[in-house]
Design a protein around this ligand. Structure first.
Ligand SMILES: *Cc1c(COP(=O)(O)O)cnc(C)c1O
Length: 355
């Protein structure tokens, strides 16, 4: 049966990405060797790295003065690398959920952290908007898409200090004005590649301003100076990332991806809003177009488990909500076709009619 993959991460990748990666694992660039067993310093792989960085810059229209890095360690390592490299005395953070909290915890190891606002008391069902970012902060850290709670900041905020953003789960879902940011990072396993590679877009001029010594591997400058080749990079996930970027370019780039993502999200949110059984969990103005969180209304609550089983009979996988929200979460990443969303909505209607 055809599967409809709504997992939050690792998550669906394009068939183009998977097929081309399999081909390269069998025979990489005509070398007669597998992508898995070739030097990262071979001319064939350095060409992959160069092309992936160039295409990343092209698709997001990244201005001069920024570099794109492909590192290990996940977005979670960025929670410490960011303050290690950029926090001189004080940083501002916006608390919009679990991932933001993890970033805040690490930043506190390096200096003063001003949490300018939090929606924690409301279980993060909205993104706080009423706050002031101190003008003497070294940077203002935001999580643009809250993968667990299903809220999203879909614009580039105006901030008196440079922005730093965790865009793990909404990179490539809209055009971004990179010039507003000193740094953007994310685990690639939501919208780009299999797990194992982390992307970092960094403004080179923002580096080298802290006085503390920084361990070599945790120093962005090391990786900028060596073009992400200081040590062995995650070769296979980077290759897969390049395939996804090529596929994005063929589709028409980030503007077209945004149009498709909005269409999918609207289709599902409309079905939720017109249902007598299901209800969305977040404030409509902050709804994520990547992770759609919803639950059953109190009078149907005991049917939630049954719906997950019913959806499974239609090939729908990965819709169980995160334990901190419950209910359901449908992740609509770029590689998920509208057709899968239609199958989910059809299943919701069929289930509702039965009960
Ligand atoms: C998944 C996710 C992370 C964690 O990424 P790892 O690569 O597992 O460390 C961090 N932030 C956000 C917003 C995420 O969605």
């Amino acid at each position: 049966m055809k599967k409809h993959n709504f997992y939050a991460g690792p998550s669906i990748l394009s068939q183009y990405t998977i097929d081309n990666t399999i081909d390269a694992i069998r025979n990489f660039a005509g070398t007669g060797l597998s992508l898995l067993e070739i030097s990262h310093r071979s001319k064939e792989f350095t060409a992959v790295m160069d092309e992936a960085q160039a295409l990343f810059k092209e698709l997001l229209d990244i201005p001069a003065g920024y570099e794109v890095l492909f590192l290990g360690g996940g977005a979670s390592t960025q929670f410490c690398m960011v303050p290690y490299n950029l926090l001189k005395t004080k940083a501002a953070y916006l608390d919009t959920g679990t991932w933001a909290n993890k970033a805040i915890k690490e930043a506190k190891l390096f200096g003063e952290v001003d949490v300018v606002a939090s929606s924690k008391a409301d279980n993060y069902v909205f993104v706080p908007k009423d706050y002031t970012v101190p003008a003497d902060a070294d940077y203002f850290h935001i999580t643009t898409n809250n993968t667990i709670y299903g809220t999203e900041i879909r614009k580039d905020l105006d901030s008196p200090v440079p922005l730093v953003a965790d865009m793990s789960s909404d990179i490539f879902s809209r055009p971004v004005d990179v010039s507003k940011y000193d740094l953007i990072y994310g685990g690639a396993q939501k919208n780009i590649a299999p797990a194992g590679v982390t992307f970092v877009i960094v403004k080179v001029d923002a580096l080298g301003k802290v006085e503390r010594p920084i361990p070599t591997m945790l120093n962005y400058k090391t990786h900028v100076d060596k073009g992400s080749m200081f040590n062995t990079p995650p070769v296979m996930p980077i290759y897969a990332a390049l395939q996804t970027l090529k596929w994005y370019k063929q589709l028409g780039g980030v503007k077209e991806l945004e149009r498709l993502d909005k269409e999918k999200a609207a289709y599902l949110y409309d079905a939720i809003d017109s249902s007598k059984m299901f209800v969305g969990t977040v404030h409509p103005e902050d709804r994520s177009i990547m992770n759609v969180c919803f639950v059953m209304k109190p009078e149907y609550k005991e049917l939630e488990k049954d719906f997950i089983d019913f959806a499974g009979t239609k090939g729908i996988v990965g819709i169980k909500g995160h334990r901190s929200v419950g209910g359901f979460r449908a992740s609509l990443y770029n590689a998920l076709p509208l057709e899968s969303v239609k199958v989910l909505v059809e299943a919701m209607k069929e289930f509702e009619n039965k009960h």
